[in-house]
Design a protein around this ligand. Structure first.
Ligand SMILES: [Ca+2]
Length: 113
């Protein structure tokens, strides 16, 4: 799958290593923690503002406004302008070519459970 916009290609692909170390379940918990770090605490979803405000916590502080906006747009599957936890997990997987190879089933399983 080609990356639209290409704004987030600098994202380091360390997820496969994390999965190996933590296992599927542990990795999903890490993703979930990441989501909670980035989300707007009142709304329970990631918004443009909450992402901009908190991106530095995940080592993404070098992102420009445009990068943040494209990341949000890239991940926003239902078009409501925010990322819920599932959209965030799907986006993280799509940003990681290494994970995309073998872990789609794992993602679906983890999200469904
Ligand atoms: Ca959404």
């Amino acid at each position: 799958m080609a990356m639209r916009g290409g704004a987030v290609v600098t994202f380091e692909d360390f997820f496969p290593v994390m999965v190996e170390r933590l296992g599927a379940r542990g990795f999903m918990e890490e993703l979930s923690k990441g989501f909670r770090l980035l989300m707007d605490k009142e709304k329970g979803v990631i918004t443009l503002e909450s992402l901009k405000r908190n991106a530095g916590l995940l080592g993404l502080s070098g992102m420009s406004d445009d990068d943040v906006r494209s990341m949000l747009r890239e991940g926003d599957l239902d078009g409501d302008g925010t990322l819920d936890e599932k959209e965030f997990c799907v986006l993280m997987f799509r940003l990681s070519p290494g994970l995309m190879k073998g872990s789609k089933e794992m993602l679906e399983e983890a999200i469904d459970s």
